[in-house]
Design a protein around this ligand. Structure first.
Ligand code: NAD
Length: 467
């Protein structure tokens, strides 16, 4: 007999209601009590996060293989080692990031000292997606912890093995007074969003981002929204076509195309379109061979997404790939040509291993095609002609621009990562993560001894005469 007074059960069958009630307030109290303030505490938590990853490598690999069929190498490069790198960098740089930053002041305010100090925001909520279910959960956490916040992580229920492992291991390595994890789907996330947070960091799609932003607005909570969109690659006739094909193929087939910054589709100068398609087939065969048996090729997250992707194969000519195996959640790396603007693959972000190649007439044709579209998370231009690169940089807008390279900008801690317009707001990685989770307080301090402000006190007799 179910006990009606028991906490509400969620889709995954675990009672969450009791854990969710008042959790934002509890976490905020951990910050206001001063617990999370000391640099040493933050460093210890970051160290715990690193150890949680490094001491359980085979468990993480198994979870990522179960959720996405990720190879160990990919799991390591794009999730485990990547996140360890972020945490280590934050731990080592933290003293520097926490230093007050002096600023110059106008003569009229002097003598005085001006500085900015970074202070924690309080209780923060991180909502993670399924495609890099480890890195996109723990990466934001690094920023939250480094900046001295308490944080609640809600991993994606769509990647259940990684979500369960996070829930199991985090309490053993991170102080539960300031870092929590709650698994769950829409009902639990909805309940969490009703509470007052001091920052919500959401990674996912722009439809749910609107739900998050609306919930945040009720409490005037700031948000960082890391979204996606149709990130294009433009290949100009001056490009090294073989290198462009190698780099686009790698960025696209990585994680079977389920990467927010994967090239969504290619626009290529008409006169080199056939050559590019040939080179893409060559590069794909070289990198993955028979993708179905390649240990280096991921699987589609679930049957629903596979069906969505298969429906995108309509309205184009499959030049390579196209075959699927529902039992294996497998979809071959697929190149599509003869794709109309109104084809299914051009209506929404593909987020899978389907690569439409559309011809355009030069850089003008590409820039025209971008006009009036949503600003993508990334845009890639392949060209040796520097004027072409300059024009693309100046005349298009995107979260990031890759020149003769795709996806790799994601790996530079010194570059801010984030979208613009429909692809999101806010930025993180490296020091930008620390800033994203901090309030930069402006501090002006003036000695009492020499009261230069006296000149602007009323009565304004002298000032009146001066203006
Ligand atoms: P998802 O389905 O896992 O959803 C993301 C999160 O939103 C999950 O935690 C989920 O529980 C939550 N959620 C879903 N519905 C909700 C609702 N109604 N109310 C509240 N929360 C809800 O992942 P997704 O959205 O399919 O992720 C794919 C998208 O994310 C793509 O558009 C991709 O480009 C984008 N993405 C962006 C980045 C980035 O860093 N900018 C990274 C990865 C993915």
């Amino acid at each position: 007999e179910a006990d009606a007074s028991a906490p509400r059960a969620t889709e995954s069958g675990t009672p969450k209601g009791a854990a969710i009630d008042g959790i934002a307030a509890q976490l905020r109290a951990a910050v206001t009590s001063g617990l999370t303030r000391p640099r040493q505490y933050r460093e210890q938590q970051l160290d715990g996060l690193e150890r949680m990853l490094l001491q359980n490598v085979s468990l993480w690999e198994a979870a990522l293989a179960a959720d996405l069929g990720k190879s160990e190498v990919e799991a390591h490069l794009s999730e485990i080692a990547f996140t360890v790198g972020e945490a280590k960098h934050a731990r080592r740089q933290l003293w520097r990031w926490m230093l007050p930053a002096p600023v110059p002041l106008p003569l009229a305010l002097q003598p005085a000292l001006g500085r900015t100090v970074a202070e924690p925001l309080g209780a923060t909520l991180v909502i993670a997606p399924w495609n890099y279910p480890l890195q996109l959960a723990l990466g934001p956490l690094v920023g939250a912890i480094a900046a001295g916040n308490a944080v609640l992580l809600k991993p994606s229920e769509v990647a259940p093995a990684t979500s369960a492992l996070l829930a199991r291991l985090m309490p053993a390595y991170l102080d539960p007074r300031s870092v929590r994890v709650i698994e769950g789907g829409v009902p639990d996330t909805t309940a969490l969003l009703e509470q007052r947070w001091d920052l919500i960091f959401y990674t996912g799609n722009s439809r749910v981002a609107r739900i998050v932003a609306a919930a945040a607005a009720k409490h005037l909570t700031p948000t960082v929204l890391e979204l996606g969109g149709k990130s294009p690659a433009y290949v100009h006739r001056s490009a090294d076509i073989a290198v462009a094909a190698d780099r686009i193929a790698w960025g696209k087939w990585l994680n079977a195309g389920q990467t927010c910054v994967a090239p969504d589709h290619i626009r290529v100068d008409r006169e080199v379109a056939d050559e590019l398609v040939d080179e893409l087939r060559r590069a794909t065969a070289e990198q993955l061979g028979d993708a179905r048996t390649s240990p280096d090729y991921s699987r589609i997250i679930n049957g629903e997404h596979l069906a969505r992707l298969q429906s995108m194969l309509e309205g184009g000519t499959v030049v390579t790939g196209g075959d699927a195996d529902a039992d294996q959640r497998y979809l071959a790396p697929t190149i599509l040509t003869d794709v109309d603007a109104d084809a299914p693959a051009m209506q929404e972000e593909i987020f899978g291993p389907i690569l439409p190649v559309l011809p355009v007439d030069g850089v003008d044709g590409f820039i025209d095609a971008m006009r009036g579209r949503d600003k993508p998370l990334a845009l890639y231009v392949f060209a040796r002609d520097r004027e072409v690169v300059r024009r693309v940089e100046r005349e298009t807008s995107s979260g990031a621009l890759g020149v003769n390279v795709a996806v790799a900008h994601y790996g530079a801690k010194s570059l801010p990562f984030g979208g613009v317009g429909e692809s999101g707001m806010g930025r993180y990685h490296g020091r930008f993560s620390f800033e994203a989770f901090s309030h930069r307080k402006a501090v002006l301090s003036k000695p009492a001894a020499i009261d230069t402000l006296r000149v602007i006190y009323p009565p304004f007799t002298e000032l009146r005469a001066a203006i």
